[in-house]
Design a binder for this molecule. Sequence first.
Ligand SMILES: NC(=O)C1=CN([C@@H]2O[C@H](COP(=O)(O)OP(=O)(O)OC[C@H]3O[C@@H](n4cnc5c(N)ncnc54)[C@H](O)[C@@H]3O)[C@@H](O)[C@H]2O)C=CC1
Ligand SMILES: O=C(O)[C@H]1O[C@H](OP(=O)(O)OP(=O)(O)OC[C@H]2O[C@@H](n3ccc(=O)[nH]c3=O)[C@H](O)[C@@H]2O)[C@H](O)[C@@H](O)[C@@H]1O
Length: 444
Amino acid sequence: MSLRISVFGTGYLGATHAAGMAELGHEVVGVDIDPAKIERLSRGEVPFYEPGLPELLRKHVESGRLRFTTDAAEAAEFADVHFIGVGTPQKKGSYAADMTFVDSVIETLAPLITRPAVILGKSTVPVGTAARLAARVRELSPVGDDAQLGWNPEFLREGFAVEDTLRPDRLVIGVDKDRPGRIEEVAREVYADAISRDTPFLVTDLATAELVKVSANAFLATKISFINAIAEVCEATGADVVELADAIGHDARIGRKFLGAGLGFGGGCLPKDIRAFMARAGELGVDQALTFLREVDDVNMRRREHVIGLVEGELNGRLQGGKVAVLGAAFKPESDDIRDSPALDVAGRLHLKGADVRVFDPEAMANAAKVWPTLTFTESAAEAVKDAEVVVVATEWKEFRSLDPHAVADLVAGKVVIDGRNCLPAERWIDAGWRYLGMGRHSS
Ligand SMILES: NC(=O)C1=CN([C@@H]2O[C@H](COP(=O)(O)OP(=O)(O)OC[C@H]3O[C@@H](n4cnc5c(N)ncnc54)[C@H](O)[C@@H]3O)[C@@H](O)[C@H]2O)C=CC1
Ligand SMILES: O=C(O)[C@H]1O[C@H](OP(=O)(O)OP(=O)(O)OC[C@H]2O[C@@H](n3ccc(=O)[nH]c3=O)[C@H](O)[C@@H]2O)[C@H](O)[C@@H](O)[C@@H]1O
C-alpha cells in the first residue's frame, strides 16, 4: 500500500531515505531548512556524492512521486507518516549531541498535525530523547494522542546508502509500550517490501531502540580501535597486523569485518556517537559503564599522530618545508564526507606544522577546501605526488589502490609511501624500489 510520507532533513540520511521511500512505492516530500539544497534536489540533483543516489532520486522526481520543499506546513498537510532525519552533531565544547535541530522539527511540525499521524525518528539521539519528544508531540498537536511518535534508527553506511535503504539487514521500531498506538502497524506498511523478504523486524521500547543504534556504532568503533591497539603492539614487535587480523578473523565469533587497521575511524557518526553516548551515560550516573569508549576514542586519535610521526621521521625530523602528498580527504572511499576525516586531519596538521602539503581526493575536494582553505588541493593524484618526498595514502579510493608504483616513482622526489589504510599491494611497491610503511605491518 502506498503511503504519503515526509522526511525532515535532506542530508546524507534524509535524501537517501526520501528517494528510497519513493522507490518502495510511497509518495514522498523531503523537507529542509536549506533553500539551496531544496532547489538542487527539486531539480533532481543530489548535493553530495553517494553512488546510485542521483539516478534513483532523478527517477522519482521526474515521476512526480518525490518532491522537496522548505515548507513544513506543506509536508504536514500532505503526509500521514513523518520521518525525522536531521543532524545531531557534537555540541561545541562538549561531548554531548546537539539536539537543536531535532527539537526544532518537533516544535514546528507537531502543532501542524491536525489529523492522526505517525512520526518516526531516524536521527541518532541520546537515550531518553524519544520519550521526551513523544510527550511533547502529544502536548503540541491539536489531535493530541492521535499524533504518535516512535523511533526507527537508521543503520545505513555512506557509500552503500541506497542498497542499505532498499535492503536493510534489520529494521528496529521503538514504541512506547504503554501507548503503542498505530506505530508498529504503520511501520509495517512503510517497510512492507523488506518484511516480505523476511528482513528481521524488531519492535522494542523507545529506550531500547535508541540504545540499539548507539550500541551498534560503539561496537563498530571498538572493533576498529581494538585492531588499531593491536597494531601499536605489532609496530613495537615487528609483527604484522594484517596477517593477525586474517588469522583471528577466521574465528566466526570474531569475524574479519571492521578489523582494518590504519588511520582509524572518522565521519559524521562513529566519533560523535561514541562521545554523545559517554556524555549521556554521565547524565544517567552510569559513566563508568562506558569509560572504555574514552580509550576507544584515544586509540583512534593516536593513529593520526602515529602517521604524522612517521612522516616526520621520514623527513629526518624536519617537517618544515617538507614536501608531502596526501592522497585522500574523505573519511572513507565512495563518499565526499569530510566530517572528522582522519585523512584531512592528518593533511591539515602536517600543513600547520609547516610541511608543504598537497592533497588530492576524487570527490571530497570542494568540501575539504571549505574547511582548509589554506591547504593546496591538486587536480589529480599525479599532480599531488609531483616532487613529493613522502606520499601518504590516507583514504583507500580504488584509484589510489591501483596506482602504478613505477609510474608514481617517476614523479616523486623520494620513494617513500606511507599506506595509512593498508590498502596498497605492498610487494609491488617494494619491488618497484619504494620504502613502504604500512600500519602495524612490516615496513621495508
Ligand atoms: N550519514 C549517515 O550515514 C547516517 C546518519 N545517521 C544519523 O542521521 C542524522 C542525520 O545525519 P546526516 O544526514 O549525515 O546529516 P546532514 O548534516 O548531512 O543532514 C542534516 C540535514 O538536516 C537539515 N535540517 C536541520 N534542521 C532542520 C529542520 N528544522 N527541518 C528540516 N531540515 C533540517 C540540514 O539543513 C541538513 O540538510 C544524524 O543523527 C546522524 O547521526 C544515521 C545513520 C547513517
Ligand atoms: O550511524 C551512522 O552514520 C553509520 O555509521 C557507520 O557508517 P559510516 O560512517 O558510513 O562508515 P563506516 O563504513 O562504518 O566507516 C567508518 C569509519 O571507520 C573506518 N574503518 C572502517 C572499517 C575498518 O575496518 N577500519 C576502519 O578504520 C572507515 O575508514 C571510516 O573512517 C556505520 O557503519 C553505519 O552502520 C551507521 O549507520
